[in-house]
Design a protein around this ligand. Structure first.
Ligand code: GLA
Length: 661
């Protein structure tokens, strides 16, 4: 589906948020209409938690109230992103289908009274979800307010009940073909885990000691496939009745239950929710990380920031406020990286109920508030950026991102608790971001030829195809940095014997790792180039690579820590330890220089982002975000779309969008 239809119909980029009018009365709805016009809202997500009202009892629908809201929004010039309410089944559903309540790994069956209380594999739940999605599509498929379908809300929950066990076995049969193959893949010859009939196999519930790693990895894959299947059922129920694009809002949390690449292929528009996990510059870096992931799983196409908070920074068990100016800056951080707009959860802050203290566009204090003034200013800014619709972002650096590798690094029994996939990924992305550049994420089996530099920070699991792809990338002229604990296992989690990493990759790196040596907590190493490192070390020998830094202590003294291999037309780098932040930033900086990657606007100080969006017809815009608290003179003045005037310097915390064509 052509996503330009969405922005064409909105007349520019999207601005708005989740709208839950069922919490309010007519007087408030009238004020909402006026305030939405003031804030330049053009898109609202409606119905996301409305199942109990839409279907008050099984099979009986009440759509009248929703008709009224959709008509009202339409009359007010606000388009609707209509949600299917399946993330929050009503109490009648769970009472009628107790077997559809989710079960935790320890066997506890949850009860209703919150949200997301369903088991995705329970046939009754899937039937009910298809039914309500179909009924909504039947009713609203051609409604003039309807711009987009929003299936479900953040598919993140897990369930380990008997329905799940049965579905897991079906999936395993399809993947492995035979029990012999499964036993071989999972290494069940050890610890007496051999399975003789399929019914013996369970999902990874609470166990006495380490769970079988193959079982855990396969379960992650299965759950992602099952979730995608649930999404596709709803999508298809909608598609036969409506021609509007369909999406689901992906949460990109610190854990990973979904193969984001697979979802990226199936949604008509990638949509994500983003809530920063730290304040200040770290929040900006976090936004860039998730936005770059969203764009990458959208295969570079425009995508949409479906949810953010006006005042929500989750940090240390607290919800911190966003500082003045951050509502706009965070919104533009996403738009800079390809989002076709900026939406929030939610329009009006709840007076009661479970998310009463969650921020909103209209806060408890009402429109006469700093938050609403900043929301309105942000709406005006977004409205000025209509010409950016459909333009995309180009990156010359990629960080490798693979769900299998992530899931594999969650299994029990790894040699160090400091091996953290997400932390490694964020660190690599952050080093590129700190250098003033935008990075894509790529799968290890993707075509990487468009990138000058590829970083592989934690590629624990790597297939033969992936290893060969990386070898070819370097041979053809790419620069690749592989970091420790990569290429250790194949897709069955079987270790690469005879030295790590996987053979074709080893060839490109010109090294062979013989032994991994996690360091004691707080142990620090100094390398021969003066940099310091910790957490991990490896004993490796070069097989063609040159040693750029060596270990200086203990039994590894003199052996290579950082190497570079001149291979084919490119360079394969290997880093066998965890450099400290300064050393890592210096290494990534050096790689960027050697690979010939330059920032969009050279000369900006750290803490100022410059990201370009390109239109297919050659037009180009530079989005500038100053996360610093001082004035930053621009190396090159330009015309700012936000003020429609010339711009020579960025004020503290200021933003600008320059026409650069
Ligand atoms: C998620 C949900 C919203 C809301 C926010 C709160 O993103 O989709 O319903 O709960 O979190 O941060």
């Amino acid at each position: 589906m052509d996503i330009r239809r969405l922005t064409d119909r909105l007349g520019g980029l999207a601005f708005g948020g989740d709208y839950n009018p069922e919490q309010w009365d007519e007087q408030v709805w009238k004020q909402d209409d006026e305030l939405m016009r003031r804030a330049r809202v053009n898109l609202t997500t409606v119905g996301v938690f409305s199942w109990a009202l839409l279907e008050p009892e099984e099979g009986r629908y009440d759509f009248d109230w929703l008709d009224a809201h959709l008509d009202r929004l339409h009359a007010n010039g606000v388009a609707v992103d209509l949600a299917t309410p399946t993330a929050s089944p009503p109490p009648w559903f769970t009472l009628a289908h107790p077997d559809a309540l989710p079960v935790r790994p320890d066997g506890t069956r949850l009860t209703h009274g919150s949200r997301d209380t369903y088991c995705l594999t329970a046939p009754a739940y899937r039937r009910a979800a298809r039914r309500i999605a179909g009924a909504l599509a039947e009713r609203y498929g051609n409604h003039p307010a309807l711009a987009l379908w929003h299936v479900h809300n953040e598919y993140v929950t897990l369930c380990l009940c008997d329905h799940t066990a049965a579905a897991f076995r079906v999936w395993l049969r399809a993947r492995h073909g035979s029990l012999d193959a499964l036993n071989e893949a999972w290494g069940t010859a050890f610890w007496s885990q051999h399975y003789t009939v399929w019914e013996q196999i369970l999902p990874p519930r609470a166990t006495q000691w380490h769970k079988n790693p193959g079982q855990a990895l396969d379960f992650s894959r299965f759950w992602s496939d099952e979730t995608l299947a649930a999404y596709l059922e709803q999508r298809d129920a909608i598609r036969v009745r409506s021609d509007r694009p369909v999406t689901t809002n992906l949460m990109l949390p610190g854990y990973q239950n979904l193969d984001l690449w697979a979802f990226g292929r199936e949604v008509d528009l990638v949509a994500i929710d983003h809530y920063p996990g730290a304040p200040g510059v770290d929040a900006a870096a976090h936004a860039a990380f998730d936005a770059d992931r969203a764009r990458s799983i959208a295969a570079g196409a425009p995508w949409l920031l479906m949810e953010q908070g006006t005042s929500t920074v989750y940090a240390g068990g607290r919800v911190l406020a966003k500082e003045p100016g951050e509502i706009l800056r965070h919104s533009l951080a996403h738009i800079a990286r390809g989002s076709e707009g900026a939406l929030f959860f939610q329009w009006r802050q709840s007076r009661a109920g479970a998310e009463q203290w969650h921020s909103a566009m209209v806060p408890h204090a009402g429109p006469d508030s700093r938050t609403f003034r900043e929301v309105t200013a942000t709406g005006e800014a977004v409205a000025r950026l209509g010409e950016l619709a459909g333009s995309t972002v180009r990156a010359e650096v990629a960080v490798l991102h693979d769900s299998d590798a992530w899931w594999a690094m969650r299994v029990d029994g790894l040699p160090s608790s400091e091996l953290d996939y997400l932390a490694a990924l964020r660190r690599a992305h952050r080093a590129v971001w700190d250098a003033g550049l935008t990075a894509d994420f790529a799968h290890p089996e993707h075509d990487l030829s468009r990138y000058r530099l590829v970083l592989a920070p934690a590629l624990f699991l790597l297939t033969d195809t992936g290893a060969e792809n990386l070898r070819r990338y370097v041979a053809a002229g790419g620069t690749l940095l592989v970091q420790y604990f990569s290429g250790m296992v194949d897709e069955r989690l079987h270790t690469r014997l005879g030295g790590y990493p996987a053979a074709p990759l080893r060839e490109a790196l010109g090294i062979r790792v013989e032994e991994y040596r996690p360091l004691r907590q707080d142990e620090q190493l100094t390398l021969s180039d003066g940099s310091t490192a910790g957490s991990w070390s490896e004993s490796l020998r070069t097989e063609g690579a040159e040693t750029l830094a060596a270990y200086t202590h203990g039994m590894l003294a003199g052996s290579p820590a950082l190497t570079r291999h001149d291979f084919g037309s490119g360079y394969g780098w290997y880093l066998s330890t965890r450099l400290d932040d300064t050393g890592y930033a210096a290494l990534v900086g050096r790689l960027l220089t050697e690979a010939g990657v330059a920032p969009e606007l050279p000369g900006l100080p750290p803490g100022v982002e410059a990201v370009a969006r390109h239109a297919p017809d050659g037009r180009r815009w530079l989005l500038l975000l100053n996360h610093r608290d001082d004035v930053v003179p621009l190396p090159r003045p330009g015309h700012d779309l936000l003020t429609d005037g010339p711009l020579r310097e960025l004020p503290p915390g200021g933003c600008a969008v320059l026409r650069a064509h």
